[in-house]
Design a protein around this ligand. Structure first.
Ligand code: NAI
Length: 341
């Protein structure tokens, strides 16, 4: 039985694993940027996750309100709000998992790289604080451009002497979430059963869904045109939302869902649940690029194993070769930006 595909059917709510009757181990999750469009629904979903015992919500403004609101919900996690840089250290202390959706989102006409300078600065300062206050924590990076913010975080941690490549993840789950929805609809199969790996990076053509590996198989064979259209829609999923929101931001609700699915899998891995597999953008040897998204097996120390690409169709092989130069330059841009000042 293919363990990775069965465990790939992730859900926000973990299935029963703690059969001994005991509750799962205490786990502190911190959300940085918790008052934002992604941060608020993500705080809600993490509050609902029974694997979380403490939920720290940090932002530069607005977190007392979000924490008071979410804190009234009837679930295990104890919620606390932290506001302003002087409270960042306390928010991060003893964290097991830090999720970062802090930054500015895309506006119509903006590319992810337009956000680069603002978000690079935010990510650098937050990662310096992580290195200082919770160097052992697992970091889930949502702030865009993920292709560059993950290398930036790695550089900040290297400089601080705390870098552990097994504990730094770029969250690409939204690409997987979209690929599953679009595939399910085209293939006429139930979305809950769908598994589609998405590899490469997290912007435009660097997003490479591997529909040739999608399961369950479609009811009638998808044409090459269908596959191209599905690929393009997955790559442009973010733009679809930005345009539909017409100036009111980018994906927040589906991103919060995707971030919660990924964080839940990270927590299951930490707790020793076997065969937890998610696609994520991590330090990698799968290609010649130093960071690359592919299926990753999650474990008690973070990354347990970075899995290979498996079978690729001719179209996917072309996509892979075609994305490398853009991904490489985004990685280099991140490394360069981290070395400045
Ligand atoms: P938003 O503007 O609604 O929220 C961002 C929050 O970050 C705000 O509450 C703001 O106060 C906070 N923030 C700014 N500087 C901060 C700092 N130094 N420390 C702590 N918090 C700080 O934006 P939204 O829509 O929630 O998006 C957030 C980020 O997520 C953006 O970079 C966006 O591009 C990215 N994103 C990533 C996706 C992915 O798939 N990885 C998908 C969608 C968005």
């Amino acid at each position: 039985k293919n363990a990775s595909s069965s465990s790939f059917k992730t859900n926000v709510m973990p299935r029963r694993f703690y059969s001994s009757g005991g509750s799962p181990p205490p786990r502190k999750v911190v959300v940085l940027g918790a008052a934002g469009g992604i941060g608020q629904p993500l705080a809600l979903l993490m509050k609902l996750n029974p694997l979380v015992s403490k939920l720290a919500l940090y932002d530069i403004a607005g977190t007392p309100g979000v924490a008071a609101d979410v804190g009234h919900i009837n679930s295990r996690a104890e919620v606390a709000g932290y506001m302003g840089e002087e409270q960042l250290g306390t928010a991060l202390e003893n964290a097991n998992v830090v999720i970062i959706p802090a930054g500015v989102p895309r506006k119509p006409g903006m590319t992810r790289d337009d956000l680069f300078n603002i978000n690079a600065g935010i990510v650098k300062s937050l990662c310096s604080a992580i290195a200082k206050y919770c160097p052992e924590a697992i970091v889930n990076m949502i702030s865009n451009p993920v292709n560059s913010t993950v290398p930036i975080a790695a550089e900040v941690f290297k400089k601080a002497g705390t870098y552990n490549e097994k504990k730094l993840f770029g969250v690409t789950t939204l690409d997987v979430v979209r690929a599953k929805t679009f595939y399910a609809s085209k293939a006429g199969v139930p979305v809950e059963e769908v598994d589609v790996p998405v590899v490469g990076g997290h912007a435009g053509v660097t997003i490479l869904p591997l529909f040739s590996q999608a399961t369950p198989k479609p009811n009638s064979v998808l044409s090459e045109e269908d596959i191209k259209a599905l690929t393009k829609r997955t790559q442009d999923g973010g733009t679809e939302v930005v345009e539909a929101k017409a100036g009111k931001g980018s994906a927040t609700l589906s991103m919060a869902y995707a971030g919660a699915v990924f964080a839940s899998s990270v927590l299951k891995g930490l707790n020793g649940e076997p065969n937890i597999v998610e696609c994520s953008y991590v330090q990698s040897n799968v290609t010649e690029l130093p960071f690359f998204a592919s299926k990753v097996r999650l474990g008690e120390k973070g990354v347990e194993e970075v899995l290979g690409l498996g079978f690729l169709s001719e179209y996917e092989k072309q996509g892979l070769e075609g994305l490398k130069s853009e991904l490489k330059s985004s990685i280099e841009k991140g490394i360069k930006s981290a070395s400045e000042n």
